[in-house]
Design a protein around this ligand. Structure first.
Ligand SMILES: C[S@@+](CC[C@H](N)C(=O)[O-])C[C@H]1O[C@@H](n2cnc3c(N)ncnc32)[C@H](O)[C@@H]1O
Length: 259
């Protein structure tokens, strides 16, 4: 299952909006484009990244694409002057040739990267840019604890097929996949050290993302039990520091290519 079939909760996602925007800015900083004519923000969500792009290139046409009606409703409310289109990236085709496909924290929700990435790349003309950031934090206890909670309850059979434990491959996979088809390729990883406030905040973080497809399949009572189990595991791995705040290391993969 991909997020295209999962409902999103914009308010939950935006609880850590400032932390989530930092990699988006780091990705943007590596794109060497002066004044692109048309830019698509793939998986634009609540539009915060679309706004970043519009601020960098105020004279360009910037279009956010997302499959979630909930996220787009929030995006249109927040940024009434920006353009958003509801579409599923699995089958989406741009209306006209673009200068940049930009995607922050979205493409890991789609499967089959061995066909998805070359397909997206082929939709761009020669000389255009493709820039994507995806989490690669799947070996962190924030993620492995999800697998443990899935396996520890009566919901295991139901949740197991839905939970994708590592949707993003090694950097070498993307190098082999894209390298032969591009003029320029830059790949890097950054481990962010997010300092989070609140009570057991890593639980709140994953509730806005990785847990969403799972919680949707549980009834209220099960959801409560699942969250209790997961929260207990998370607190063991991510206890608060001396100042009461919680350090959450988070690895992300960046990819910038020019066709
Ligand atoms: C974690 S949010 C990221 C939003 C935004 N890029 C940001 O950085 O704040 C991921 C977004 O990808 C969208 N998404 C996931 N699968 C999609 C698909 N198949 N087609 C279009 N959008 C998709 C989701 O609806 C969600 O809004």
């Amino acid at each position: 299952m991909t997020a295209a079939k999962v409902s999103w909760n914009p308010e939950q996602y935006l609880k850590f909006g400032d932390h989530r925007l930092r990699p988006a800015m780091d990705l943007l900083g590596r794109i060497d484009l002066e004044s692109p004519g048309l830019v698509y923000d793939l998986g634009c969500g609540t539009g915060n990244t679309t706004k970043l792009l519009a601020d960098r290139w105020p004279d360009s046409r910037i279009v956010g694409i997302d499959s979630s009606a909930e996220m787009l409703e929030k995006a249109r409310k927040s940024y009434a002057n920006l353009e958003f289109i509801e579409a599923d990236l699995e089958s989406w085709n741009p209306q006209q040739e673009a200068d940049l496909f930009y995607s922050n924290a979205a493409l890991h929700w789609l499967g089959n990267h061995e066909s998805l990435f070359p397909r997206l790349l082929k939709l761009l003309p020669k000389g255009a840019w493709f820039a994507a950031q995806m989490p690669r934090n799947f070996e962190s206890p924030s993620h492995t604890s999800i697998t443990e909670s899935v396996e520890s309850g009566p919901w295991a059979e139901r949740l197991r097929p839905v939970f994708r434990s590592s949707p993003v491959s090694e950097p070498g996979f993307y190098h082999d996949l894209l390298g032969p088809h591009v003029e320029y390729l830059d790949l890097w990883e950054t481990v962010y050290q997010h300092i989070l406030e609140g009570d057991n905040p890593v639980v709140e973080w994953t509730r806005g993302t990785a847990l969403r497809p799972l919680l949707k399949l549980l009834n209220k009572e099960e959801e409560k039990e699942f969250i209790e189990d997961y929260s207990r595991r998370i607190l063991e791995h991510f206890p608060p520091g001396k100042d009461g705040k919680t350090l959450f290391p988070f690895r992300r993969l960046f990819l910038v290519a020019k066709r």
